[in-house]
Ligand binder design. Structure first.
Ligand code: SAH
Length: 209
């Protein structure tokens, strides 16, 4: 179930869906997704689907993790990335292999505890996890080369664009019923917005629990 062959099959499926960055595909092939979900579901770990992780939340579908990561790595520098919505830490782990430092924020305390322990078990030492409402970003550590949001805001989170470095990218799902993946790229004082594809994320909520 966790064999090299199963992971290779996932990578082939991602390729067929248009993921072409070899570095991203190599990281997806390397990260043990079964470590991020409950054992009872581990037979589905390398299927291209989202799965429940408790607390009413989900681990993202590998395709969308690969897609967002591909957009993230195309920045001029990879010093730091801010992830909003850590969940089980799968996307965090993928980013940790491609950026020098990952800052990640999760609002649910139970997930923060589990994920902190998991990241340490997996030997991920360049990810800093905080228990907070991430919707205001992390102004004290800005600017970021990438800000990646893994929960859907009802409106475009324009408050975060001032935390991007020049050439930096804000990658986020937006919408309530119908959601869309979008990207805002900073070019000096200009901000270029692209609308990418239909997606389906859990909502970005305020406050902590
Ligand atoms: N990145 C995860 C996906 C997590 S699902 C993965 O790799 O699979 C989205 C997560 O965002 C949930 O755990 C949810 O609790 C969290 N979240 C929602 N609103 C948030 C907020 N305002 N601040 C921080 N985390 C938030």
């Amino acid at each position: 179930m966790t064999s090299a062959r199963t992971r290779a099959r996932l990578v082939e499926r991602l390729r067929a869906q248009g993921i072409s960055n070899e570095q991203v595909l190599a990281v997806i092939a390397q990260v043990p997704r079964h470590e991020f979900i409950d054992e009872a579901l581990s037979h589905k770990a390398y299927d291209d689907t989202s799965l429940p992780i408790g607390f009413g939340q989900t681990i993202s579908q590998p395709y969308i993790v690969a897609r967002m990561t591909e957009l993230a790595v195309a920045v001029p520098e990879r010093k730091n990335v801010l992830e909003i919505g850590t969940g089980c830490g799968y996307q965090t782990t993928v980013l940790s292999k491609l950026f020098k430092t990952v800052h990640t924020i999760e609002r649910i305390g139970g997930l923060v505890r589990n994920t902190r322990e998991r990241l340490s078990r997996l030997g991920i030492h360049n990810a800093r996890l905080r228990h907070a409402d991430g919707s205001q970003g992390l102004p004290e550590l800005a600017p970021f080369d990438v800000i990646l949001i893994t929960a859907a805001a009802p409106i475009v989170p324009e408050n975060l664009i001032s935390q991007l470095s020049n050439g930096g990218r804000l990658i986020f799902p937006v919408g309530s019923q119908e959601q869309e993946l979008r990207m805002i790229e900073r070019r000096g004082e200009d901000f270029l917005e692209s609308r990418l594809e239909k997606v389906n994320f859990v909502p970005l909520l305020s406050g902590i629990s």
